[in-house]
Design a protein around this ligand. Structure first.
Ligand SMILES: Cc1ncc(COP(=O)(O)O)c(C=O)c1O
Length: 357
């Protein structure tokens, strides 16, 4: 018999994103369903992004700019890096896959805190690399353990800050000590900053600013969260020009579509919407945190746009929330049994959530 499929696929289960919001709303018979399970933007997309997408609609018969040049140049100006230090992807998800395609080979090791955002381990496994899990210390990334797991076979370390789903950050001093301890020939250190825009801890380091000092650092960011463009699929990686050149060799020629490119560019320039989103998330996060603490709930202090709350019976609570039109994520499916992960919503949604807890 001809063996068609790679044996590595046997060990993988497809990423379960759950039913679409529309399918779920139909199934439950309610059009007002609010999804607090995917860490989306409660305010919706930037109005300027919507207008830009509408303007571009008449040009979708034309291939997009394969290099996302205008967006990269705008990002480069904003971040103070060269445009050749950036690659734009079809969501940060694609960039995780690009890292694996460009760097990982059978026999390589990839150190991944566990639990973590699932695509890190999936991409590494797909590439034939061996995932070396580093257990979290409760809700914190255990950098000392990660460091101990780095060997000469380690190709990359996948760090996430703020962490999904644990909501905690890696602070500046421990991160720098960790990077320094890796020495002069370190593996790639991927710092996934998908939720960085929601941090208000002064000890949160800006990964992009560390690039000159640590040339093997790869910083991931996304327009899905703060900019509210999850449906357009746009993210980017910032790294050394040499690293970005390698990623460009493995990406598809037109990986980011026209609507994504113009939408992201407009969202980047819509400071008002970015500020409004940040303000809302920070205010509501503080409010929810205070109220939950008053009610005796235990959860790590969040630096993201979601909370990971310890609850006695997540399935029952999830069902109760669903009845009220709120969709939350059961922590058991993301490595935190007896927890519920809920995105910060609009004030009225958060009030309903509290009334049901
Ligand atoms: C930590 C983390 N990284 C990356 C992503 C993927 O972002 P994108 O929507 O840009 O693919 C997510 C999405 O939820 C995430 O939580």
């Amino acid at each position: 018999m001809r063996r068609l499929w790679r044996s590595v696929l046997d060990a993988l289960t497809p990423y379960d994103a759950g039913p679409s919001l529309e399918a779920l709303a139909r199934e439950l018979g309610r059009s007002d369903l609010v999804r607090l399970s995917a860490n989306e933007n409660p305010l919706g997309p930037s109005p300027r992004a919507m207008a830009a997408v509408a303007r571009e609609a008449g040009r979708i018969h034309l291939y997009p700019d394969g290099g996302s040049t205008a967006l990269r140049e705008a990002l480069a100006r904003r971040l103070g890096v060269g445009a050749d230090q950036l690659v734009v992807g079809n969501g940060a998800d694609e960039l995780i896959a690009l890292i694996a395609a460009a760097a990982f080979e059978p026999g390589d090791e990839v150190v991944v805190p566990e639990p973590s955002f699932e695509p890190y381990a999936i991409s590494a496994t797909l590439a034939g690399a061996r995932v070396v899990p580093s257990p979290m210390a409760g809700y914190e990334t255990d950098l000392a353990d990660v460091r101990r797991k780095v060997t000469e076979r380690t190709k990359a370390v996948m760090l996430c800050s703020p962490h999904n789903p644990a909501t905690t950050i890696i602070r500046r001093a421990p991160l720098l000590a960790f990077l320094d301890a890796l020495g002069v020939d370190p593996p790639l250190v991927v710092l996934d900053e998908a939720y960085s825009d929601f941090c208000d801890d002064p000890d949160y380091p800006d990964g992009v600013r560390l690039l000159p000092r640590y040339p093997r650092l790869v910083v991931l960011r996304t327009f899905s969260k703060i900019a509210g463009l999850a449906g357009l699929r746009v993210g980017y990686a910032a790294a050394s020009a040499e690293t970005i050149d390698r990623f460009n060799r493995v990406r598809a020629p037109y990986n980011v579509n026209r609507l994504g490119q113009v939408g992201a560019l407009a969202a980047l320039e819509d400071q008002e919407h970015l500020d409004r989103t940040r303000r809302l998330v920070l205010e509501e996060r503080a409010f929810l945190s205070t109220e939950l603490t008053k009610r005796g709930y235990v959860f790590p202090p969040s630096q993201a746009n979601f909370l990971l709350i310890r609850v006695p019976d997540p399935a029952a609570l999830r069902a109760r929330l669903l009845k009220a039109g709120i969709l939350a994520r059961d922590g058991a499916s993301i490595g935190f049994p007896n927890h519920l992960r809920v995105s910060i919503g609009l004030p009225e949604t958060n009030a309903t959530l509290l009334s049901l807890l």
